[in-house]
Design a protein around this ligand. Structure first.
Ligand code: DX5
Ligand code: ZN
Length: 240
């Protein structure tokens, strides 16, 4: 059984008091800080970018993961390496032909049926060259089999560092958990020994289901930050 880690999504924190939110995470037994980077194109919301990620990095000892929900993520990889993100999450939907219903600007969620493995591996190599971990992130509507080619190494090409299964359509915190994400977790766990995260709608009810399915990194936004007792909330998620 892998160690369970809680990753707090700053999207639900008070943006005027991020340093305090980081202290709260550290005091509450949270292992990682999850930074949701959104551009108003890949998702219908705009949040924060490399500058704030760098400020987060400077103000916490916890691992920082940058979840890139942006178009053309390749244009920003070096910026997030420089910002000090330990893990850089790439949405696989940026690497492949989009389904017709989500091709145009403003059509969400973004989904693909086939991964452009070569393009994805090129960006994986850049992230690894920068000394960071690559995380492959998959939306609810994208079939999990697109991950097959990056879950294991092929010749010189290494496997992805970790996988993040979205259990909501990305864009906002506070949405309802999509239970089909559990099937994806089971599929990935049967083929991949590394960290598997789940992101969206995680709370004391859904976290144990995700862990039973094989997830070991639990991202939590609204459940943790809106709790009257965040330390207890983090412990409940970890089921301890
Ligand atoms: C959704 C983000 C999530 C979100 C999680 O687009 O990627 O990280 O902030 O928030 P909750 O836990 O409230 O669903
Ligand atoms: Zn996220």
């Amino acid at each position: 059984m892998k160690n369970i880690a809680v990753s707090a999504s700053l999207l639900s924190a008070d943006f005027g008091r991020i340093a305090e939110a980081l202290k709260l995470c550290e005091a509450s037994g949270v292992e990682r800080i999850h930074v949701d980077v959104m551009d108003g194109h890949f998702v219908p919301n705009i949040t924060i970018g490399p500058a704030v990620t760098a400020a987060v990095r400077k103000n916490t000892r916890l691992a920082v993961e940058a979840h890139l929900m942006i178009e053309n993520p390749w244009d920003y990889i070096e910026d997030f390496i420089k910002a000090g993100a330990d893990v850089i999450g790439l949405q696989v939907e940026c690497y492949g032909v989009r389904r017709p219903a989500c091709r145009a600007y403003g059509q969400y969620p973004k989904e693909i049926d086939v991964l452009d493995t070569a393009a994805f591996r090129r960006d994986m190599a850049r992230i690894k060259a920068g000394g960071r971990e690559v995380c492959a992130v998959i939306n609810p509507g994208t079939p999990v089999a697109v991950l097959d080619s990056v879950l294991s190494g092929a010749g010189e090409a290494p496997a992805v560092g970790s996988v993040l299964v979205m259990s909501v359509n990305p864009g906002f915190s506070g949405q309802k958990f999509i239970p089909e994400a559990l099937d994806k977790i089971r599929y990935v766990r049967a083929r991949f020994p590394g960290d598997i995260g789940i992101d969206g709608g995680i709370n004391a009810q859904t976290a144990p289901q995700a862990v039973a399915a094989g997830a070991n990194v639990l991202i939590t936004g609204s459940y943790f930050f809106s709790s009257a007792d965040p330390r207890a909330a983090a412990a409940l998620i970890k089921n301890r």
